[in-house]
Design a protein around this ligand. Sequence first.
Ligand SMILES: Cc1cc2nc3c(=O)[nH]c(=O)nc-3n(C[C@H](O)[C@H](O)[C@H](O)COP(=O)(O)OP(=O)(O)OC[C@H]3O[C@@H](n4cnc5c(N)ncnc54)[C@H](O)[C@@H]3O)c2cc1C
Length: 246
Amino acid sequence: MAKVNLNVKLLEVTQNAIAVIYTACRQCYSAKFAGDIFEEGDKNLDKQVEFVKKIVKSGHESPLEHVKFTFAIEGVSRALTHQLVRHRIASFSQQSQRYVKEAEFDYIIPPSIETDKTLKKEFIKIINEIQASYNKILKRFSEKGKTGEAANEDARFMLPQAVETKIVVTMNCRELLHFFKQRCCARAQWEIRDLAEEMLKTCRSYLPAIFVNAGAKCISLDYCPEEEFSCGRMETKEIECNQKKS
Ligand SMILES: Cc1cc2nc3c(=O)[nH]c(=O)nc-3n(C[C@H](O)[C@H](O)[C@H](O)COP(=O)(O)OP(=O)(O)OC[C@H]3O[C@@H](n4cnc5c(N)ncnc54)[C@H](O)[C@@H]3O)c2cc1C
């Protein structure tokens, strides 16, 4: 049982990503078959990159859905993954607390607790107590003949949100842009923001044409829509709402 750190590993990116997006987009305006555009079409990568940059800028984002990134993530809390899985245009495979016993669970300590000696001591004390109770429940279940996932699925009700988990996530580029707008924002919770920043670094290094200006929504908007909740990095702007009286 130990404190652990975030680890994000890229498993897979769609091959020929720029050519795939370019071809998909060209299909919208061409009488040719996309298969032929892809095979015989303009092989000039620089031209394709410029084209893809333009469609990202124009907000014509549906061709970006053809390219996906798959990440393996560990060293995150269940508090984080509860937020992550709210993103519906994504695929997830998460370590189960039914099939994987938390006999010696790892955990995440928020920096605000980590850096406070008194709070950290209290936090670790409670984590140790939870672990002991969890193990006691499993032992008692086992004495009564209840084992495996039937036992784990009830014992897990003892576990804290800090418990470490592992998850595989696949998102297409359009969803990734949306995810970064929300989760790189200073208003997002620190742990999911750290994860989003890590994922963004990887996406940007693989596909700068798409992700060079990705990040918190204020970057693409050029102002902050959070009004009184703004972090102050960008100016806020009052949004007009001209709803007609009925
Ligand atoms: C700072 C912050 C605070 C938050 N606080 C809370 C909170 O207190 N409570 C809470 O419950 N949640 C909270 N959330 C979660 C938030 O409400 C969203 O559920 C989550 O961020 C997923 O975003 P999404 O729905 O835009 O995107 P996704 O699910 O990733 O979907 C992407 C986009 O697809 C479209 N889409 C997807 N599904 C539908 C649909 N069914 N109908 C129409 N369009 C759809 C939308 O345009 C959506 O923006 C918070 C999020 C953030 C960033």
